[in-house]
Ligand binder design. Structure first.
Ligand code: GLC
Length: 733
């Protein structure tokens, strides 16, 4: 976030001096519209009724269509609102008009929305896009989303979500950049640059919101919202790095997470909100709670009541209250009674006003008709970017006997309902995406001129249509099955205890394989899946994730070899749910898992993952050689010779890992410390060097002290976290 001018700072100081305590507290209040009328139960009850099937989604939609949304205009007019969740530009302008023209001080509202992986131009889910290992591409996705959403009145994205997640059971793994702190930090920086970087033109930037702060992805047993306990050293070495990186990049806001951390809810956790975020990281933006989270601290058993919750949250460093009205109802009394110091209230208000000022909301509070319709038809540049992001996010997991790429004249049976369901390509958290912009895999094959017929056969929740399956088997020379999860099976409140293919999709694949015809599995999913049978019996498996609006075209271009896949996994694929949490950067233990009995292993499944972090094949092959390490005073230059030993051009992500052999805390067996993505022609060799600054070879202890300890380090270079060349060096810091 750029430094404000002296004039801007003075304006904020002047506003603060004029504000009544009610107006100050109003600046800490963020709301969603209340849904009123059309039904005689509470909105939350209505959601429950749909969730548990008492009413259908269609019925819910009909009820909502008849309901009215109350935006609390009177509260707004009295200066009691600061921010509203909305993506409707007409609504934004209406509410803004009240705030700017009818309140005493005319302080504009800031409109926030969940723009997680695109606004209209929906790109791959973060778990996929981070696997491109291309920060410029990640940045461009965020820049496009900023422009498209700003034209709708949204100037604050509740993203990037940078929760490290090591447990595939957790549905929200889909929303973030995976299990590795280094890659997640690269992703976080790129997103903040994309959202905030173009901050000279109010149509081109938005405020970032780093979430969910912090360690939400470590929820016990992968169950969303569940409790989190971990050593502070683990917090600093694994879960905080992407937040630290994004704060250094200038992120304007942070959203606290629902979970309690070592017994204290993150919504009112003084250690994380003040000691770490403000004092250690120097964060000068504002913090917003997650939805309803201040009230939920009572349920956590940490706040006695709403008065206590308001006092604890504000004093801990929570600036803005999302959705509970507790600050509005409780803070005035807390300040009058001295339980909340006025200067803490002023600090929170100042930070919020600074972000609004930096966003140019005082100068340009409204969106114009031209802006509102600017992206009714998406620019070709945005479509091209969505296609590129989708293609580069695809991970080739298996390709026996070079079954792929396919030939256009092969007679294909395309199988699986997911292949034709438009909005499923959007993945979780893409409410602003439009079905009319979505290209399904079926449509993508049509666009590619493929010779195929389509058979739904089975959804992730249905029985198998036997007749249709028999027809599909009879019709095609090759059977291409699209299997996986509905978008709603990952994302918030979507943990799965058993991460196998849902429904009868495994049985469907067994039928296809039993036919003796070659089978290709295209996975559409929002988390790693446990695919032990599939990985053994299916000759070609492509991880296609939920790739956004250009999914169908990207998959078709990879399927027919117009694009050589180069994506890598950002998260470990276990072979069984019982292995979760499973991640590559774990300590070795004293008995690393192996085939011998008395080691860290299971009796019933292998110790190794099905597919490791960083893994991804290509239509060509690569050979690594000549690992060399050169030390200078402050850097290790680690290089390999990479050769394209196949017969097509391809890209490879050369990954550098490190292991600190002996340290004052046990360290992970491997830690990603750098990467280079290179494209080589057939037969081409290239020396690839990754520089590792020595200051990045350390770790934090429980007291947040950073240790660089002399000794032996093993350096690894390879195309994934398992298959690497290595060299041991001694380093003195
Ligand atoms: C949700 C999510 C958070 C989102 C917020 C606003 O509960 O946890 O990621 O930004 O509410 O929609």
């Amino acid at each position: 976030m750029r430094e404000l001018s002296a004039e801007q700072k003075n304006k904020i100081t002047s506003l603060l001096e004029q504000m009544t305590i009610e107006e100050k507290i109003g600046q800490l209040n963020q709301i969603s519209p209340s849904i009123v009328g059309g039904f005689d139960v509470s909105f939350e009850e209505l959601i429950e009724m749909m969730t548990d099937g008492r009413i259908s989604k269609e019925e819910f939609g009909r009820i909502m269509a008849g309901a009215r949304q109350d935006y609390h205009d009177d509260v707004n007019r009295a200066g009691g609102l600061s921010s509203v969740l909305s993506s409707d530009p007409e609504v934004c302008n209406q509410l803004q008009k009240i705030a700017v023209e009818e309140t005493r001080l005319g302080i504009p509202l800031i409109f926030g929305f969940d723009v997680i992986h695109g606004f209209r131009t929906v790109v791959p889910i973060a778990l996929a896009e981070a696997g491109t290992f291309e920060p410029e591409l990640m940045e461009k996705s965020a820049r496009i989303a900023a422009k498209e959403s700003r034209a709708s009145g949204i100037s604050w994205h509740f993203s990037p979500m940078v929760d490290i997640s090591r447990d595939a059971r957790w549905g929200r793994i889909s929303e973030g950049p995976g299990e590795d702190p280094y890659l997640a930090s690269v992703f976080a920086r790129a997103k903040v640059r994309g959202q905030q970087g173009d901050d000279r033109d109010p149509s081109g930037y938005v405020a970032s919101c780093l979430k969910h702060y912090v360690a939400y992805g470590a929820c016990e047993s992968g169950r969303d919202y569940n409790t989190v306990s971990m050593a502070k050293s683990m917090l600093h070495n694994a879960y905080l790095p992407p937040f630290k990186a994004a704060v250094e990049e200038g992120a304007a806001t942070v959203m606290a997470s629902f979970n309690d951390l070592n017994g204290v809810p993150c919504t009112m956790n003084e250690y994380t909100l003040r000691t770490v975020l403000r004092e250690k990281y120097g964060f000068d933006g504002f913090v917003v709670s997650d939805a309803n989270a201040i009230k939920e601290c009572i349920i956590h058993g940490y706040a006695q009541d709403e008065a206590d919750a308001a006092e604890k949250a504000l004093n801990a460093g929570m600036d803005m209250d999302m959705g509970t009205w507790i600050y509005s109802h409780q803070l005035k009394k807390a300040v009058e009674e001295g339980r909340v110091p006025m200067e803490r209230l002023d600090d929170a208000v100042r930070r919020i006003l600074q972000v609004k000022m930096w966003l140019s909301l005082f100068d340009k509070p409204y969106v114009t008709e031209e802006e509102i319709h600017r992206y009714d038809v998406l620019p070709q540049e945005h479509l091209d970017h969505a296609l590129e992001a989708a293609e580069k996010s695809i991970v080739l997991l298996k390709n026996e006997k070079g079954l792929l790429p396919l030939k256009k004249d092969q007679k294909i049976s395309l199988i699986g309902a997911l292949a034709a369901e438009k909005e499923e390509v959007l993945g979780s958290w893409a409410m602003s995406g439009r079905a009319s912009d979505c290209v399904t895999i079926q449509q993508g094959l049509m666009n590619a001129g493929a010779d195929f017929s389509y058979y739904p056969c089975c959804t992730p929740e249905s029985e198998i249509d036997e007749k249709e399956t028999d027809a599909a088997i009879a019709a095609g020379d090759i059977l291409v099955a699209v299997v996986g999860e509905y978008a709603s099976m990952s994302g918030e409140a979507s943990s799965r205890a058993d991460i196998i293919l849902p429904g009868k999709q495994r049985e469907l694949l067994e039928k296809l394989v039993a036919s003796g015809k070659p089978v290709v599995a295209l996975l559409m999913n929002g988390r790693p899946l446990a695919l032990p049978w599939e990985s053994e019996h299916i000759p070609a498996i492509v991880e296609c994730w939920h790739l956004g609006i250009q999914m169908g075209n990207a998959v078709a271009r990879v399927l027919f070899g117009e694009v050589n896949p180069g994506g890598k996994l950002t998260c470990t694929f276990p072979s069984a749910s019982g292995q979760c949490p499973m991640y590559y950067n774990a300590p070795k233990t004293g008995r690393p898992g192996s085939r011998s009995k008395f080691t860290s292993r299971y009796l019933d499944v292998p110790s190794a993952p099905l597919y490791p972090f960083g893994f991804g094949l290509s239509y060509t092959t690569f050979e690594y050689g000549d690992l060399a390490v050169e030390q200078t005073a402050d850097t290790l230059a680690v290089s390999v010779t990479l050769k394209n030993t196949g017969d097509v051009a391809g890209s490879e992500v050369v990954q550098l890992y490190m292991h600190d052999v002996a340290a004052s805390l046990v360290r992970p067996a491997k830690e990603l410390k750098g990467f280079r993505k290179v494209t080589l022609e057939p037969g081409e060799s290239r020396k690839v060097t990754v520089a590792l600054p020595k200051e990045q070879m350390g770790f934090y202890d429980d007291d947040m002290e950073y240790h660089l300890e002399d000794g032996a380090f093993i350096l690894y270079m390879g195309g994934n976290s398992r298959d690497c060349l290595s060299e041991t060096v001694t380093v003195k810091f």
